[in-house]
Ligand binder design. Structure first.
Ligand SMILES: [Zn+2]
Length: 623
């Protein structure tokens, strides 16, 4: 069932990617170009001087005037047309030509798995019993893959014939429409159908329930891309799948360590050599959805990186984004109680293994399994990794270089939940930069100068990056928001602590909608009755999400901490948008430039949050 929640969320993301916010907003107000961004008189309050901005780079908007609010395409239309989330979903979906899956088509899910299973049997049979198959098996054997692995991973071969699978499945009684929906056949320009995979080695991709969602396919001749996946279907979304998870889940759970590699054969060879806790991201990027699945089954993970293919910078940037999911908001207690809690549910830990001599995991496991064991065992902690990798990238003899590295490491550091650990790294950062704690605090409090430097950083960070672990743009989940809502929905008595929590702290419109509605509903049933069905699955997921065992006080602390973090995030977002405007003017005294008092006010709030956090750490160290 939870799959369909992912479908709705993925739909929202698809729509957001396709809607152009500037065009959309232009239909309501006339936008004037200001540098990279656009400005107008706010459509939501009356004003003479425009203070409403659209940021195309981020596909967000904000009113810096009386509304003091902002959001994405969904929240804009909801506000402008006074519509419900679901109505906007329909409206924007039809605008970009996406059909919302109806309940009926969703129910065909099980038949899609069934037709995939039949296709897989056909492909394995062709690999094992055809003449062409003999060469492919020889190729696999040369790569070190055993017959047993070929069998246990159900490897298969797509024939050179363009219609073999289609006619086989037709004989079994599957309608063509279903094969097309499963991505097994495709339609040519002339309107004819033919097999999607052709002369390729096939890797069936199973979900954690062992159902085949689709296939990865390696070319055996030089036609087409080297690797080709099933196109996106109702059940195949490569961003949400992990290759090998069906066979690795138990081992990951038992060892409480999961290893993430890049390729299908890396996974197969690892399992063959007894390393059963290995999975692969699908293709090049590890997504937040994949990470979310992993942290459900274990708390310690190692990225086995191939230094040849991983752009170090790209890896770093995406690690910065993944950091938050590896450090889910968690009640920060003090003294002995917090140790007890860490034992109940250890924090999720991410480490990075750099493989020796630029070998990929498959080679290393085949040639030197003991080196693989060492590489995984000796993987550095993420902070360690950053302290190794980042300093050489900056000129630490200049204040500019110091500020940049402080910002980069500092953001991650402040997210650490364990204040002893945090303190240790802060000290290390002080030594690295040659500054005292007070100066470092000021640097981390984001100086005015840092605001002005931000736009360039943002533009850089938003560039699509190829390579292992590309940045997690357009994620379908927001762990911090989800956790906050789950706490709140599962503990209705916590609502009294929500005074500080504003709807626009939620960046995802569906979460904002949930939050707004829950305020007026006493029970989940009542809330459900008020919500559109498109949000029911998401609501169910939040209501049934297993939270760490916490007593009432701990839950209250956890919620307060979440609210602080959401507020902090909101302020940072707000501030970087201001930074972009300042950049657009290039001159802060321009008569229409946004009020920099706001920026100063935001700085003050951010520093206050930082000081609150520091005080808690200090309190802890005194106990
Ligand atoms: Zn306004």
């Amino acid at each position: 069932m939870s799959n369909w929640s992912i479908v709705t969320m993925a739909l929202v993301d698809d729509i957001k990617q396709q809607v152009d916010l500037v065009t959309l907003v232009s239909e309501y107000v006339s936008l004037v170009n200001v540098g990279q961004n656009f400005r107008a008189r706010c459509p939501f309050h009356s004003e003479r001087t425009p203070s409403f901005y659209v940021f195309p780079e981020r596909q967000t908007w904000r009113c810096f005037g009386a509304c003091a609010t902002g959001g994405d395409a969904f929240s804009f239309v909801m506000k402008a047309d006074n519509l419900e989330f679901s109505q906007v979903l329909d409206q924007l979906a039809s605008r970009v030509g996406i059909t919302r899956p109806s309940k009926q088509t969703q129910d065909t899910g099980f038949t899609l798995y069934k037709v995939n299973e039949s296709a897989s049997l056909f492909y394995t049979d062709h690999l094992i019993s055809s003449i062409e198959g003999k060469d492919v098996i020889k190729y696999l054997t040369n790569r070190g893959i055993s017959e047993q692995s070929i069998d246990s991973f159900s490897l298969g071969l797509a024939p050179t014939d363009w219609g073999a699978l289609k006619s086989h499945l037709s004989k079994l009684g599957y309608p063509e429409e279903l094969m097309e929906k499963a991505g097994l056949i495709s339609r040519t320009k002339e309107g004819n159908t033919r097999d999607f995979f052709h002369n390729r080695l096939l890797f069936p991709i199973r979900n954690i329930e062992r159902q085949i969602t689709g296939f990865g396919a390696r070319s055996l001749d030089s036609t087409g891309p080297k690797y080709l996946n099933t196109p996106n279907t109702q059940i195949f979304n490569k961003r949400a799948l992990l290759y090998g998870i069906d066979q690795a889940a138990n081992s990951i759970r038992d060892q409480n360590v999961g290893v993430i590699v890049e390729g299908y054969t890396d996974v197969i060879l690892a399992h063959q050599h007894g390393f059963a806790n290995v999975v692969a991201s699908m293709g090049t990027a590890l997504t937040e959805q994949q990470v979310a699945q992993l942290v459900n089954i274990a708390s310690s993970f190692v990225l086995a990186m191939d230094p040849d293919t991983a752009g170090q910078e790209a890896t770093l940037r995406s690690l910065e984004v993944s950091w938050k999911i590896f450090h889910p908001p968690f009640a920060q207690g003090n003294g002995k109680r917090s140790h007890l809690r860490y034992r109940q549910r250890p924090r999720t830990q991410l480490r990075v293994a750099v493989l020796p001599k630029a070998q990929d995991p498959a080679d290393l496991i085949r040639e030197n399994p003991e080196h693989w064991v060492e590489a995984i065992r000796d993987a550095s902690g993420l902070m360690e990794f950053l302290f190794q990798i980042l300093p050489p990238k900056y000129d630490l003899t200049t204040p500019q270089g110091k500020l940049q590295i402080a910002e980069r490491i500092g953001t991650l550091l402040l997210g650490l939940q364990n204040s002893d650990e945090q303190d240790g790294y802060l000290e290390r950062l002080e030594n690295l930069l040659g500054v005292n704690r007070r100066t470092l605090d000021e640097m981390l409090g984001l100086s005015r100068q840092a605001i002005l430097n931000r736009p360039a950083e943002i533009t850089k960070a938003n560039n699509p990056v190829q390579g292992y672990l590309a940045p997690f743009r357009h994620s379908t989940q927001d762990p911090l928001e989800d956790y906050t809502l789950a706490l709140l929905l599962q503990n209705r008595s916590l609502s009294e602590f929500c005074e500080r929590l504003k709807p626009d702290f939620f960046q995802r419109s569906e979460n904002m909608t949930l939050f707004t509605h829950q305020k007026t509903c006493a029970t989940i049933e009542e809330l459900k009755a008020h919500l559109d069905t498109s949000l029911h699955e998401h609501l169910d997921r939040l209501v049934t999400w297993t939270l760490p065992p916490l007593d009432h006080q701990q839950r209250e602390d956890a919620l307060k901490q979440c609210i602080r973090r959401l507020e902090e995030r909101n302020l940072r977002e707000h501030k970087s948008q201001e930074g972009m405007i300042v950049d657009a003017y290039g001159n802060h005294s321009h008569e229409n430039s946004p009020n920099l008092d706001d920026a100063v006010e935001n700085n003050r709030k951010l520093r206050k949050l930082f000081i609150e956090k520091s005080n808690r750490s200090m309190k802890k160290s005194l106990e």
